[in-house]
Write a protein that binds this ligand. Structure first.
Ligand code: ADP
Ligand code: TRP
Length: 321
C-alpha cells in the first residue's frame, strides 16, 4: 500500500511528536511503501526568513533520518525538489470550489490566530491535494486536524475524475486512535506552543535533567508512599517502559523509599537512553551534510519519475500539449 506523510519543519521536535507521529511512521516503513517529504512550499505560507526556512528544512531531514527514516526503504525528499507538484496544484485549482476552501478549519484557525489571510494560506489544501494525488497515494497518516484536508483532496480528485476520466486514486486518511495524547511537564497536551515540551535532542544530559525537574508533581514528603496514578512523571516514564518495568516502577512508588526527585532522575535516564543511538546518528549527519543532501536528492529523483509520469497523464487528459 502506498502511504504518504508530509512533514512541516517547524523546529525542535519533542517527545509528543515522537510518540504521536514519528514512531508510528517509522514502524510503517517496515510494512508499507512509505513516501515522506518535507513540505517546505507549505512552510512558505508562514515563513518570514529565508535562512530560517533553509535551516528548518535541513534540520528536519537530519532529525527524521536520525530517528529512523530509512532511505533504503522510504522515499524521502524535499517538496520543492519536485516542482511538478505546483503544476498539478494549478490544474486542481479549477476543481476546487471557493466554498470548499472557505470551510477549511485550519485556514479559519490560522486567521483567527492573527496570521494574515493571503492566497497561499487559503489555497494550502489544494497544494496538499497535489502532494497526495501526484503519486497515487492510498493512505495518508495525519493528526485529527488534517483529516479535513484529506477529505477535500478526495472531493477535488472526484471532480477532476468526473470530468477527465479516472486519473487520480482517491486517498484515505489514517488516524492512529491507539496513539494517546502525550502530556507535557504540566500535564496538559505537550506542545511547542505551550512551553511544556521536553525536546528529543537536548544539548546535554544536564539540561535534560533540568527540564525533567520541572515536571509538575505533588508535594508528598520523602518516606511516604507516592501515588503513581495521575503522576505526570510516572505517565511520561511509562512511555519508555514495557509492562514489567512499569510494574517495577509502581512498586518503587508504593515503597515510600524514594521521592519525586529520584523519579525525575529516572525519567531523565530513560529519555537519554531511548535517544542515545539517534543522538549519535544525528551528530554523524550534522557532520556530513553532503550525505543528507545525497539522500534527499536520491529521493527526489525517484519522485521525479513518478511525478513526470503522472503529469503526462494529467496534461494529456486536460489538453495541455
Ligand atoms: P505542536 O503541538 O508541538 O505544535 P505539531 O502540531 O507540530 O506539534 O505536531 C506534529 C505531529 O506530532 C502531529 O502529527 C501531532 O499529532 C503529533 N503530536 C504533537 N503533539 C503531540 C502530543 N502531545 N501527543 C501526541 N501527538 C502529538
Ligand atoms: N498539512 C500537513 C501538516 O500541517 C503537512 C502536509 C503537506 C501533508 N502536504 C501533505 C501531510 C501531504 C500529508 C500529505 O501537518
Amino acid at each position: 500500500m502506498r502511504v504518504l506523510t508530509g512533514i512541516q519543519a517547524s523546529g525542535k521536535l519533542h517527545i509528543g511528536n515522537y510518540f504521536g507521529a514519528m514512531k508510528p511512521m517509522i514502524e510503517l516503513q517496515e510494512k508499507e511503501e512509505l513516501f515522506t517529504f518535507i513540505a517546505n512550499y507549505h512552510s512558505l505560507t508562514t515563513s518570514k526568513n529565508a535562512n530560517l526556512l533553509r535551516e528548518l528544512t535541513f534540520d528536519a531531514a537530519v532529525d527524521y533520518l536520525s530517528l529512523g527514516i530509512n532511505p533504503e526503504k522510504t522515499t524521502f525528499w524535499v517538496q520543492s525538489d519536485v516542482p511538478q507538484v505546483l503544476e498539478l496544484y494549478w490544474m486542481l485549482s479549477k476543481f476546487t470550489p471557493m466554498g470548499l476552501l472557505e470551510r477549511a478549519h485550519s485556514y479559519k484557525d490560522k486567521v483567527a490566530k492573527g496570521i494574515t489571510a493571503n492566497h497561499a494560506l487559503f489555497s494550502y489544501p489544494v497544494l496538499m491535494a497535489a502532494d497526495i494525488l501526484l503519486l497515487d497515494t492510498q493512505k495518508v497518516p495525519v493528526g485529527k486536524d488534517q483529516i479535513q484536508h484529506v477529505e477535500m483532496t478526495r472531493d477535488i480528485a472526484t471532480k477532476f475524475n468526473n470530468e477527465y476520466g479516472e486519473i487520480f486514486t482517491l486517498p484515505e486518511h489514517m488516524v492512529n486512535d491507539n496513539v494517546a495524547t502525550i502530556p507535557g511537564i504540566d500535564g496538559q497536551k505537550m506542545s511547542k506552543s505551550y512551553d511544556n515540551a521536553i525536546d528529543i535532542f537536548m544539548e546535554s544530559e544536564k539540561k535534560l535533567q533540568k527540564r525533567c525537574n520541572k515536571v509538575l508533581s505533588s508535594s508528598t514528603p520523602l518516606g511516604e508512599p507516592l501515588e503513581y496514578e495521575g503522576c505526570h512523571i510516572y505517565n511520561l516514564a511509562s512511555l519508555f517502559l514495557d509492562e514489567d518495568r512499569k510494574s517495577e516502577l509502581r512498586t518503587r512508588y508504593k515503597s515510600g523509599e524514594e521521592g519525586y526527585g529520584h523519579f525525575k532522575k529516572y525519567l531523565k535516564e530513560l529519555i537519554w537512553e531511548e535517544f542515545s543511538q539517534a543522538r549519535e546518528k544525528r551528530e554523524m549527519y550534522l557532520n556530513n551534510p553532503d550525505l543528507v543532501k545525497d539522500i534527499l536528492s536520491d529521493g527526489a529523483k525517484k519522485m521525479q519519475i513518478i511525478a513526470n509520469d503522472k503529469m503526462l497523464q494529467v496534461r494529456e487528459a486536460v489538453g495541455i500539449l
